[in-house]
Design a protein around this ligand. Structure first.
Ligand code: NDP
Length: 311
């Protein structure tokens, strides 16, 4: 059993790191549990062009590493680990980690973010790491000179397609309609890229070849013409959004139907002493800078809460 800590932060993306900087500077010695993807979504992105203060842009991993270094400078402790079970209503809050360790904490900031959504194709999961991926930055390099495909019509899909075009012989963007959620600037950039083709009004029926143990092609269906056809591809990148990481808290926190934390004003959840920050609650803005802002808000609320409780 660990010592009682003032504040534990779950997640080490922009929200968690910013909460760590603020609570560390308030002398609260925050414990940050880094989660399954240390650094969060920025750790698997490339250039971030819209984070204020970096006129030439900054690499996503560098941005989060710098935030972490800043928090550590003021006394934040980072620890690898994920919560398996949590008892949020009793005080102190008790967290049981996947490795069996228990953390007791006066307050909790949940900044666990959101994870990649998959298409749930028959052979998708068994081919992850063998041609199926949700991270172009991580895996694009493996498909040099090969044919690749990106699924989705949002900014993530456009960003991944542009990135992959550096490596592949061609990149096909497959989108289920011809309405794109992607911002105009990102969509235009992909459209103007000679290596990128668009297959709109098209869905993926399956990805194969299972017998060879690596992706060799996909079965596609045009939803307007109903034509079903195969296409050769080696790299299959899914970029269709994210699912909030709230599973360990599902029976205790107010969640919306998609699993996002419902805010009870500011950074507050329905449970006293438990706060939210970043994409785990925000399904609207989902930007690095808004997640950082949310981390700051949660940290300030923690400070005020602890002060009001006399700690
Ligand atoms: P979005 O929710 O914006 O887009 C998801 C896309 O996937 C949509 O085109 C959606 O289609 C499609 N989709 C969802 N489910 C399925 C399915 N089951 N089968 C087929 N297609 C599906 O997610 P993103 O990850 O693209 O972006 C999330 C947020 O992050 C946005 O706010 C975006 O602006 C931001 N972002 C910003 C970047 C930047 O500025 N550099 C880079 C990447 C993301 P449909 O529209 O039909 O529902």
């Amino acid at each position: 059993m660990s010592d009682l800590v003032d504040v534990t932060i779950l997640g080490s993306g922009c929200a968690g790191n910013t909460a760590a900087i603020y609570t560390a500077r308030a002398n609260l010695n925050p414990l940050v549990l880094e989660g399954h993807e240390p650094g969060g979504q920025l750790s698997i992105t490339t250039e971030v062009e819209n984070f204020p203060g970096f006129p030439e842009g900054i690499q996503g991993p560098l941005l989060v590493q710098s935030m972490k270094a800043q928090a550590e400078r003021f006394g934040a402790t980072y620890k690898a680990g994920r919560v398996a079970r949590a008892e949020l209503s009793q005080k102190p809050i008790t967290l049981e980690l996947e490795d069996g360790e228990t953390v007791r904490t006066r307050t909790l900031i949940i900044a666990t973010g959101a994870s990649a959504r998959w298409l749930n194709l028959p052979h998708e999961q068994m081919l992850i790491g063998r041609g199926v991926s949700s991270c172009a930055t991580c895996d694009g390099f493996f498909f040099r000179g090969k044919k690749m495909m990106v699924i989705g019509g949002g900014d993530s899909a456009m960003e991944e397609a542009n990135f992959l075009s550096r490596f592949g012989s061609e990149v096909a963007v497959v989108h289920r309609s011809d309405n794109f959620r992607a911002s105009k600037i990102m969509l235009d950039r992909a459209r103007n890229n000679p290596k990128i083709q668009f297959l709109t009004n098209t869905v993926v029926e399956d990805v194969y070849d299972v017998t060879k143990g690596e992706v060799t092609g996909v079965k596609l269906r045009n939803v307007k013409t109903h034509e079903v056809y195969d296409r050769e591809v080696s790299g299959f990148f899914v970029a269709i959004g994210h699912i909030p990481n709230t599973k360990p808290f599902a029976s205790q926190l107010d969640l919306d139907p998609d699993g996002y934390i419902v805010s009870h004003g500011g950074a507050r959840t329905n449970i006293t002493g438990v706060f939210h920050a970043g994409d785990v609650q925000d399904r609207t803005y989902r930007q690095a800078i808004t997640a950082a802002g949310a981390g700051c808000m949660a940290a300030i609320e923690v400070e005020r809460h602890l002060e009001a409780e006399g700690h």
